[in-house]
Design a protein around this ligand. Structure first.
Ligand code: RIB
Length: 306
């Protein structure tokens, strides 16, 4: 892989790329139950792929480091990245079938997701080491946990001194101390915060944020869905609540990825955490008003005004 020295990426996303197989349901089935749903829709998704498309669509110079299978789903995902303007030289092909996410969406727009990682599970530490030029060229690196933990650990180790790491621990898993210490910020929703804190979680987002800072990250962002987000900076001790907009949710799939991508991009441009989060909640709000993950992400012109 070759990246010219003068090429600087606003954002390098390292993560998963999935084909999202989506069915609308009146309600989710209980164990042992069958329900009928809508026609099947196949959308490009995956938390890494989603973040890359979201950032590029907003105007960020973005690269994706991921692995897809040599199959029709993999081609769909590559096409979606290219169409959004993402640099795809870091998308590796082969080793296993493309990852798949089985998604049900209920009438309130909430979803349930099961991911079969496929090729995502074959994105190795060696793949990270081989992508040195991409890391050297990135202002911000964003990573999630739909790829192997040892690969995430290698990402934290591969960071250039002047590059910022944004990590969304989704789906949540125990993280090594050196990974936590590199996060600036760690971006969690309520579920992920409670997982990481266990019995010490506390009961308010501010308590979660302060307790999460105690685990080592430089800063923390707690996403609160329709209630916006809360940011906590370990350097200043400042905790700020960022309200969201009132929108009609159709499908929340990928909204968190759009939020994190927008946040990461704006941090790389030099914005303060609260300012970047205020922009990101508007991007997330726009993303829930349309179906699908990548298909729902706004351009800069489509981001609602504050
Ligand atoms: O965050 C939403 C994403 O989670 C979906 O696109 C799906 O692929 C799963 O990775």
């Amino acid at each position: 892989m070759h990246v010219n020295d003068h090429d600087r990426y606003d954002l390098l996303v390292v993560g998963s790329a999935n084909a999202d197989l989506v069915v609308g349901v009146e309600r989710r089935p209980a164990a042992g139950e069958t329900v009928l749903g809508s026609d099947l829709a196949v959308h490009p998704g995956g938390k890494g792929g989603n973040q890359a498309v979201a950032a590029a669509r907003l105007g960020a110079r973005t690269a994706l480091l991921a692995r897809v299978g040599d199959d029709a789903h993999g081609r769909l995902l590559l096409e979606s990245q290219k169409e959004a303007g993402v640099e795809t030289a870091g998308i590796l092909v082969g080793g296993a079938p493309t990852g798949v996410a089985l998604i049900t969406v209920d009438p309130s727009g909430d979803n349930s997701i099961v991911v079969s990682p496929g090729a995502n599970a074959r994105l190795t530490p060696q793949d990270i080491r081989a992508a040195g030029p991409l890391f050297a060229a990135a202002r911000v690196v964003s990573v999630q946990l739909e790829i192997p933990l040892e690969t995430v650990a290698e990402v934290a180790a591969a960071m250039a001194a002047d590059t910022r790491l944004v990590l969304n621990p989704s789906p949540p898993a125990p993280l090594p101390d050196h990974v936590l210490a590199a996060c600036d910020p760690l971006v969690v929703n309520e579920h992920e915060a409670r997982y990481m804190l266990g019995d010490d979680a506390g009961s308010t987002p501010e308590e979660w944020a302060r307790a999460l800072l105690g685990l080592g990250p430089q800063s923390v962002v707690v996403t609160l869905g329709a209630a916006g987000a809360l940011v906590a900076d370990g350097r200043t001790g400042e905790v700020v609540t960022v309200p969201s907009l009132r929108v009609e949710a159709v499908d929340t799939t990928g909204a968190g990825d759009a939020f994190t991508a927008a946040l990461a991009w704006r941090l790389g441009l030099g914005e303060e955490l609260a300012q970047a989060a205020a922009f990101a909640v508007r991007v997330g709000a726009a993303a829930v008003t349309r179906q699908g993950a990548q298909a729902s992400f706004p351009t800069a012109h489509e981001v609602p005004a504050p």
